[in-house]
Design a protein around this ligand. Structure first.
Ligand code: HEC
Length: 88
């Protein structure tokens, strides 16, 4: 039983590492590209390539309009940083 718990926690650690390592390009594509275009060059949402406020906006929200009035719950802070790096 103890060994089982160790294996489980090792697995959980491996999985969270994979989630952290997910590249910004992929997260961006899944979470943002439908509104901001393939590379942040704008679509129904504005151009966001090179913007400084990406991480803050995604983790805290703060704009008047949806979807950025609130944080985006499906994106962690780590993932937001990866997206910001991709958009640089
Ligand atoms: C449902 C469509 C939609 C999705 C999905 C979306 N956005 Fe937006 N985004 C918008 C709209 C519309 C605005 C403009 C809001 C405004 O002017 O108040 C905006 C504004 C922004 C801005 C501010 C631009 C500026 O001029 O300061 C940033 C940065 C941004 N989005 C980043 C992202 C990122 C990163 C994601 C993915 C995690 C994302 N958005 C997902 C529609 C979207």
């Amino acid at each position: 039983m103890k060994r089982f718990a160790i294996v489980l926690s090792a697995l959980a650690m491996m999985m969270s590492t994979v989630a952290l390592a997910e590249p910004g390009a992929l997260i961006y594509k899944r979470e943002c590209s439908r509104c901001h275009g393939k590379t942040g060059d704008g679509k129904m949402g504005p151009v966001i390539r090179g913007k400084e406020n990406v991480v803050e906006l995604i983790t805290k929200g703060g704009l008047k309009k949806t979807p950025h009035a609130k944080p985006i719950p499906s994106v962690t802070e780590e993932q937001a940083k990866a997206i910001a790096a991709f958009l640089k």
